[in-house]
Design a binder for this molecule. Structure first.
Ligand SMILES: Cc1ncc(COP(=O)(O)O)c(C=O)c1O
Length: 556
């Protein structure tokens, strides 16, 4: 019996066999003469890959894949959970050519998958019946291919554990080690930018996810709405009004994958809302995140820095530059120097936007974390038609979530949606539903309150340690956020950073944040350290503080 007579040539088929099957009858048919029987243990050294053990049994005809008395075939997932030698009946992707012997084609495909390492030693193959059904070939053909590969030593078949990839001596050549772009983990990490990763509310988040998935309509598992899940936009509208003073309704909110994504939607690409060539230069704060400046530069946008003083950005300068129609600010907590934008300047910048027909982009990255008094409300509340409010879960929960939200003036909603495209391609609808449930059930508020207490305590310990060990060092920007700025004597920042690196302490200097076009006459450079006191886990914080105090220069 030839394979082709059993299986006429077909178009290439892919297998993702995962279903179980009943055990094959004991008497097997279709063995080619001259083929070593898989169950006689006589595979010769010549036919076996070097160093392999002889096959000990014929392909286990479903013996391990499903018990003979199994009432019905378990699902692929049920299979995946079983078996010590790897997932039983795991999905197996094989491409067979359209023509030629089916058995040879299947054997070649399996050999290739094993040789390349795609099928690792110990991996359990799907039952031959499931594989045959998936590939559209005869069961005998699949059984024979397994048997022959057992005989050759590529596969092992044992009663009770199915057919698995043999342990082979011939190792798969290792992939060339790629150099990681991430530097090794430092001994002490006080870089700003992330909340305490150890404090992510795993249990509450999981519970919210379970509730959200249970309640989700089937439609939630289809392609997503680029505006974001309505459930999330509704709770966000309430939450932002209550906690941040934002004036909105769910229809003005567009969910995105964080602040950086919002910037891209606004400035980057052919459908950008504020394309560089028409929107003119963008005013930004003289100190800010270089990553965001780089993102804007890559989008072709030019930025002009506004000097800062103790009242925040000097927005009065906007009126003097007729080209500027958009300003990007961090009004609640200037990043990174700290401090809210003065109330007079808040009103002035909104007036400027009205008069200019321009826009203020409000980056409210950590507005929830204010310690000693009421949070500073969102600027957006002053004029929702002139301010684009940009929020994120990156500081309140985790940057790993990649969830953020834009609260837009009415006239921009459709343009932002056009920039996003027809389908949601960034923010997972399931994560959105989980966040909606987390906020709606009060979990988000509880988490923020808990973290506020924890970060305030961290901040107090930082201030206390400095008062004790380096009282000459001024610490600023401590009323809010997850970082503080330590002022250093002029000209000392670089050497202090070097001393820090020597001790395995990583943190940033203020110079990293300064806009390259900010003129010294407009705002002299100040030396300083940006200390992210939220970053280390609790247990590592005291040592990080000790390392910090040890590298601070003595009084002049
Ligand atoms: C100033 C500033 N804005 C916004 C963000 C949030 O960015 P994203 O939402 O893209 O994580 C960060 C970093 O967390 C930040 O430092």
């Amino acid at each position: 019996m030839t394979d082709t007579s059993v299986d006429p040539p077909r178009t290439p088929r892919r297998s993702s066999a995962g279903a179980a099957e009943a055990p094959r009858p004991a008497a097997r048919r279709g063995h080619r003469p001259g083929t070593t029987r898989p169950d006689d243990g006589n595979a010769t050294a010549a036919t076996r890959p070097a160093g392999t053990r002889p096959a000990t049994a014929r392909p286990a005809e479903g013996a391990a894949h499903s018990a003979p008395s199994a009432p019905s075939a378990p699902s692929a997932t049920e299979h995946s959970a079983a078996g010590a030698a790897g997932p039983a009946g795991a999905d197996l992707h094989l491409d067979l050519p359209a023509t030629g012997s089916r058995r040879s084609a299947l054997m070649d495909a399996l050999r290739e998958a094993i040789r390349s390492g795609r099928l690792a030693p110990g991996t359990r193959l799907p039952p031959y019946r499931a594989l045959a059904a998936d590939l559209g070939i005869a069961r005998n053909t699949a059984a024979d291919a397994y048997a022959e590969l057992v005989a050759e030593g590529w596969l092992t078949a044992r009663q009770g554990s199915g057919t698995t990839v043999a342990e082979r001596a011939e190792p798969v050549p290792p992939t060339r080690a790629r150099r990681s772009s991430r530097p090794p983990r430092p001994a002490h990490d006080l870089r700003q930018g992330q909340p305490d990763a150890a404090a992510f509310p795993r249990t509450a988040w999981l519970a919210a996810g379970r509730r959200a998935l249970t309640a989700a309509p089937n439609e939630a598992f289809g392609p997503g709405d680029p505006q974001g899940r309505r459930e999330l936009r509704e709770v966000l509208a309430d939450y932002l009004a209550r906690a941040r003073g934002v004036r909105t309704d769910p229809d003005r909110i567009v969910v995105c994958s964080g602040f950086a994504h919002a910037l891209r939607l606004l400035f980057d690409g052919p459908r950008a809302v504020l394309p560089a060539r028409t929107a003119g230069p963008l005013a930004v704060e003289g100190y800010g995140l270089a990553f965001h400046r780089g993102l804007l530069a890559a989008a072709g946008a030019t930025t002009r820095p506004l000097p800062l003083d103790e009242h925040g950005a000097r927005v009065g300068g906007l009126a003097e530059d007729p080209e500027i129609r958009t300003a990007l600010l961090t009004p609640a907590h200037q990043f990174p120097t700290g401090g809210p934008l003065h109330p007079g300047r808040r009103a002035a910048v909104v007036d400027w936007a009205r008069g200019r027909g321009g826009l203020v982009l409000e980056d409210d990255y950590d507005g929830e974390f204010r310690y000693d008094r009421q949070p500073v409300g969102a600027l957006q509340g002053l004029d929702p038609e002139r301010v684009v409010y940009l929020g994120t879960a990156s500081k309140s929960l985790s940057p790993a979530l990649r969830l953020g939200w834009m609260v837009l003036p009415d006239h921009l909603v459709d343009r932002v949606l056009a920039a996003k495209g027809e389908r949601e391609a960034w923010a997972s609808a399931l994560d959105q539903l989980t966040l909606a449930e987390f906020i709606g059930s009060g979990g988000y508020d509880r988490h923020v309150r808990r973290m506020r207490r924890r970060y305030r305590d961290r901040r107090d310990r930082l201030v206390g340690a400095l008062a004790e060990h380096a009282p000459h060092i001024e610490v600023t920007g401590i009323a809010a956020g997850l970082h503080a700025v330590l002022r250093l004597a002029p000209g000392t920042e670089r050497s202090v950073l070097k001393a820090a690196a020597y001790r395995g302490l990583v943190l940033d200097g203020l110079a990293d944040y300064r806009h390259p076009l900010l003129a010294a006459e407009a705002m002299p450079a100040t030396d300083g350290l940006v200390v992210g006191y939220a970053t280390p886990p609790d247990h590592a914080y005291p040592a990080a503080l000790e390392a910090l105090c040890a590298i601070l220069p003595p009084p002049l």
